[in-house]
Design a protein around this ligand. Structure first.
Ligand SMILES: [Zn+2]
Length: 429
């Protein structure tokens, strides 16, 4: 086995809690290799330091020459004689799988093991506080199953963009029992937001959107929402994304969408992206939305799975100018009804992901022909030259290259417009 570059796994902190996160397709391939007789399977892990501990992010099978910043994780059968060997922090991390597929680690610092993908499984599920007792969740648990609902409630969600669509997503996540919710948005509530945003009133005008929505959620949510009134690229926001298990992107700005989706890729987070648009074109009003779930371990990111609409907003990143289009030419307005349908198509995908009805990345396009909605499942071939995917799941080691990767993604997106760009999305939805 060639691991010349990973000979110093002792750089793992010895006493900090260790969280192992592994993309489900990678785990399934590794288990199949064990079942076919391999004594062990070596995996590469990116490293992410968070306030709650250090995360090892596993999204790729072992490469012959992994980058120096990857760490080594060894997967073995629970009853493998080699598992009795004390690996310890100096020798990398050992992950054991039993006959039922349950995971545990012999490493003394491992406190949590998450399987990132369908089912949203993790090895240390604890019951969240339920002030009103189990009867509060009887309807949702009846629909999803109690175990799936427990996994959903324990999943830490970050909602980036807390306006018309994001406030609806945050509200419904809190309604269905999610107890860990971080809200990220730098904007303040304006008068025109009152026509669509959940949780806002006249008294909120001028307040940060995340603060207004968090105050609303506290009236019924189980956990305490964390509001971050900053752009997604600030240190505080990035630290919050590190801690999240799942990222919902509901921004109205192409650059913020690209940054959010790229950070989700680097940090091994499943991503739900919702983009909504109403556009006046040739005297017709077009209503449409793209709802995409991007699961780690499938060699794709948002940039190569439909791309980012409104590329012109990102041109300043590569020294270009944003096209100065008149407001009425860019957008025809927005409608809470359309935001609602798109937001809840997305929430429905999350519910089907946690129950394992959804197994892979999903891309749904909602369009209205006259007054009739249609929902079309779309797909895109993997892009072997995608600069975001090329960086992989390297956690903190990739952050110094973030700006360069964003610029490369914009250049590639401009050169290779994808189907998503047919949907001209207005600002401010
Ligand atoms: Zn990609």
């Amino acid at each position: 086995m060639t691991y010349a570059n990973t000979s110093s796994p002792g750089t793992l902190p010895e006493h900090a809690p260790l969280i192992i996160e592994i993309a489900r397709p990678v785990l399934e391939r590794a288990v199949r290799r064990l079942l076919r007789g391999s004594a062990e399977v070596a995996l590469n892990a990116g490293l992410l330091r968070t306030e709650s501990g250090t995360r090892l992010l596993i999204a790729t099978d072992a490469a012959p020459e992994p980058p120096a910043d990857y760490r080594r994780v060894i997967l073995r059968h629970e009853d493998s004689p080699m598992s009795a060997v004390d690996t310890g922090p100096e020798a990398g991390v050992e992950l054991l799988v039993d006959a039922q597929g349950a995971l545990r680690s012999t490493h003394p610092s491992v406190v949590r093991i998450r399987v990132v993908g369908t089912g949203l499984h993790q090895a240390t599920i604890t019951e969240a506080a339920s002030p009103a007792g189990s009867s509060r969740w009887s309807r949702i648990a009846g629909a999803l199953g109690a175990a799936a609902h427990a996994r959903l409630r324990e999943t830490r969600f970050a909602v980036v963009g807390c306006g018309r669509t994001g406030s609806l997503v945050a509200t419904t996540l809190a309604r269905i029992g999610v107890s860990h919710l971080t809200l990220i948005d730098p904007d303040t509530v304006e008068l025109h937001n009152l026509d669509a945003m959940d949780g806002t009133s006249y008294g909120d005008i001028g307040r940060p959107k995340v603060q207004a929505v968090a105050d609303h959620l506290r009236l019924f949510a189980c956990g305490v929402p964390e509001p971050i009134s900053q752009a997604v690229t600030t240190g505080t926001s990035i630290a919050a994304l590190r801690e999240a298990d799942f990222v919902c992107c509901c921004v109205d700005d192409a650059t913020a969408r690209l940054a959010t989706s790229t950070l989700a890729t680097l940090f091994l987070k499943p991503l739900l992206d919702i983009g909504v648009g109403i556009h006046a074109h040739n005297g017709q009003v077009e209503k449409a939305a793209d709802v995409r779930l991007v699961l780690p371990g499938e060699h794709r990111c948002l940039a190569c799975y439909g791309g980012i609409a409104q590329q012109d907003q990102m041109l300043p990143l590569i020294g270009g100018q944003t096209a100065s289009t008149e407001w009425h030419e860019q957008r025809a307005g927005s409608l809470r009804s359309l935001n609602q349908v798109a937001a809840h198509l997305g929430i429905g995908i999350i519910e089907d992901l946690v129950t394992e009805r959804v197994q892979h990345s999903q891309w749904l396009r909602l369009r209205y022909k006259d007054y009739l909605p249609t929902i079309e499942p779309l797909t895109a071939d993997p892009d072997p030259e995608c600069p975001v995917c090329a960086l992989g799941v390297r956690g903190d080691a990739a952050l110094p290259q973030l700006s360069a990767v964003l610029r490369a993604a914009v250049r590639r997106g401009v050169r290779m417009p994808t189907a998503a760009h047919e949907l001209r999305k207005p600002r401010g939805v």
